[in-house]
Structures are given as structure tokens and as C-alpha cells.
Design a binder for this molecule. Structure first.
Ligand SMILES: [Zn+2]
Ligand SMILES: [Zn+2]
Length: 365
């Protein structure tokens, strides 16, 4: 870690994530790569062409000031050359007092449709999923309530369901560990609802191809001592309803080490309804990052994008309005550094054409 980045991390209160990432020992992919000076450079460069960010969040302050948070995001989007930002609530559990869903921001957001859009369910469907697991009840009553909420979300104008969570490690202080089988009856039901309405599901899944002890350096609790295999169940979800579009969040941000270009390739080949959102966290590059230490795109990732040009979108996981994301290295910037290096045709597809097709967004915004 270079001194400047270390200083930046400390200033941002992020020394702990660095240490966690530095000590991840497991995984079949490449060794952990330190954030490079250029990835973490605070001199921000906009995208060369307008792009759609399919995965962004509000700061919890949105609960008291939705219009202010939206103005902040719109201002930032202009500087980034982002044509459209797709907001969604994070994958909350029901006991989280900070939990919110679309009701908080929908009125303010709808004044800017075109530049903004939203998915929902992270603050309601995801807590229902977690509650169903805790109660060991996924019977017809629970399913009916879940379906009603999903349909209410779409009636309100959401263009998908997100952020849903299956395996979600706690890698930073205060983050909650969440787990749910990817083929849980409520997720299979959501796939059917998504297929019926031709919308996408945005899913966070830290993939684990075989049960392993928790990698060193990842705290337990809140994470469990063992990570259960979840890949087979993820493939059952993908195969359950081939008309359900599943956007697998965070390609390129791998805290465990198994989300390699090879695994992504095999799954994209096997499941035509699988799409991936590219994310690069300059403060937590993790394993298998798509950019090398000088911010150049890694050849195996470039080959993957070229072989599946219609299956990737930008999904930076930027949190607009939060103090952590006000200064210093930005997630949107890292993924735009990647986008700006792509050949022109591929750049257009990943920047916006794929997202417009997946989410049925108009061409002219
Ligand atoms: Zn996520
Ligand atoms: Zn997210």
C-alpha cells in the first residue's frame, strides 16, 4: 500500500477494509492486487461516452432529505458523463433500523425519470426473505405476501428487483452478514414474477463453489466460521426460469477469490439469462480485479467482455451523498477507467446499449 493511499484510507476511516483485503489468503484466482495510484487517483476522469450505471445507492440521509440526495446525485452524474443512474435500496435485513425501500425516494426521483430510474425490494423483499429463513416458513401465506409486495413494487414504477442478497459477507465494519440459499422458494418465486413482467433481479452473491473455512482476515462473527457451497443452488436459480434475467452484481469485486473470469465464462455459457454488473472498488480491489496495478485492463477480463459483449453492464455500487463517497477514490471512477479502455463497439454496448435492452430504457435520454 502506498503512503498516499494509506493516508487516504485513514482519512476516510477505511483502514480496516484494507487490512482485511490484504490478509485474504484463499481463492483460486490471482493474488490480491494493491490499489494502484492511478486507480485511487483523486483527479476524476469522466466517461468518454455517456453511460448507464445500473447499480447505485443513496446514503441513508435520503430518508430525511430525498430531494437533496437526488440533487447531489444528478450533479455528480453530469461530472461523470452518466446518462442514467439506476438507484436501489441495499439488501437490508428486517431488524436493521436504517432499512428503507422505494417509498422514501420515489416521489422525488420520478421528477427526473430518464436521468434516474430505480429498482426496489432491497428494503422489503430482502427482509422478507431473511424473515422466512429465520422462521423456517416459506409456505403459501408467506409466498402470497411476498408476491403482493413484488407486484406493488413494479406498479410503483420500479424497473427491477434489487438489491437482493443471497451470500453477502461482512467485509467492513458495521456491515451485516446475510445468507439465503439462492434457490430458496422466495427467490424462485421472484424469478417467476420477474419473468412474467420482463424485469431483472439484481442479486448479490459472494460465490462459494465448495464449502470452505472462513478465509483468514475476515471477521467471525459476524461471518460464520464456514462458508457453505452455494454455486449449485445459484445455477438452479438460473435454470429455474430461463426467461428471468438475473443481474449478478459486482463482477470484478471478489472478496473470497472464486469469481474468476473462468467461472464467469462457464456460467455465461451455461445460462443465457445471466448478466453481470462490473464493479471495481479502488479501496478494496480484492481478488481477480479487472484492472492491473497500473489500471490497465487484464487480458482475461477483456477476452471475457469481447466473448460476451451483450452480457455486461456498468454497476459501480457507488453510494451517492455519503461522506465516504464525497472525496477520494470513487467506485464509479474505477469502472469508468476500465470502460474508457474498451474498443469502441464493446464500449457502447457495456456503457449503455445492454442496459437499455435489459431494462427497456428509452434510447434518447
Ligand atoms: Zn452488493
Ligand atoms: Zn449494492
Amino acid at each position: 500500500m502506498r503512503a498516499q493511499q494509506c493516508l487516504t484510507a485513514v482519512m476516510l476511516g477505511l483502514a480496516a477494509p484494507f487490512l482485511l483485503a490484504d490478509h485474504l489468503p484463499l481463492g483460486k484466482g490471482q493474488p490480491h492486487v494493491q490499489p494502484s495510484q492511478s486507480v485511487a487517483d483523486t483527479k476524476l476522469q469522466p466517461a468518454r461516452i455517456p453511460y448507464i450505471d445500473t447499480h447505485v445507492h443513496f446514503d441513508p440521509k435520503v430518508v430525511s432529505d430525498p430531494s437533496g440526495q437526488i440533487d447531489t446525485a444528478l450533479h455528480a452524474a453530469s461530472n461523470e458523463n452518466a446518462a442514467t443512474l439506476i438507484f436501489m435500496p441495499g439488501p437490508y435485513i428486517s431488524t436493521d433500523p436504517a432499512s428503507f425501500d422505494y417509498e422514501i425516494f420515489v416521489t422525488a426521483l420520478k421528477k427526473h425519470l430518464g436521468r434516474l430510474a430505480f429498482e426496489a425490494g432491497g428494503g422489503s423483499l430482502n427482509p422478507m426473505l431473511q424473515a422466512s429463513i429465520r422462521a423456517e416458513d416459506s409456505g403459501s401465506g408467506v409466498q402470497q405476501k411476498f408476491k403482493e409486495r413484488a407486484e406493488q413494487i413494479l406498479s410503483a414504477g420500479a424497473i427491477g428487483f434489487g438489491e437482493m442478497s443471497s451470500e453477502h459477507l461482512s467485509l467492513t465494519s458495521g456491515q451485516v452478514y446475510e445468507t439465503a440459499p439462492p434457490d430458496h422458494p422466495l427467490l424462485l418465486l421472484l424469478a417467476d414474477i420477474a419473468a412474467q413482467h420482463n424485469v431483472a433481479i439484481d442479486l448479490h452473491l459472494d460465490v462459494v463453489p465448495q464449502t470452505i473455512p472462513l478465509p483468514l482476515g475476515i471477521a467471525s462473527p459476524p461471518n460464520p466460521a464456514k462458508l457453505q457451497e452455494n454455486l449449485a443452488a445459484f445455477e438452479r436459480l438460473l435454470a429455474h426460469n430461463p426467461r428471468a434475467k438475473i443481474l449478478w452484481a459486482h463482477a470484478g469485486q471478489d472478496g473470497i477469490g472464486y469469481r474468476t473470469p473462468d467461472l464467469c465464462r462457464r456460467l455465461l455459457q451455461a445460462h443465457p439469462n445471466l448478466y453481470m454488473e462490473i464493479k471495481i472498488d479502488p479501496l478494496l480491489l480484492g481478488k481477480n480485479p479487472p484492472l492491473d496495478a497500473s489500471s490497465k485492463i487484464q487480458p482475461e477480463w477483456l477476452a471475457l467482455f469481447k466473448d460476451f459483449p451483450d452480457r455486461f453492464v456498468i454497476g459501480s455500487d457507488q453510494h451517492y451523498g455519503s461522506a465516504r463517497f464525497t472525496t477520494g477514490p470513487q467506485r464509479w471512477q474505477s469502472v469508468i477507467l476500465l470502460l474508457n479502455q474498451l474498443p469502441a463497439d464493446l464500449q457502447r454496448e457495456i456503457a449503455s446499449e445492454n442496459a437499455r435492452r435489459i431494462f427497456h430504457l428509452p434510447q434518447d435520454n
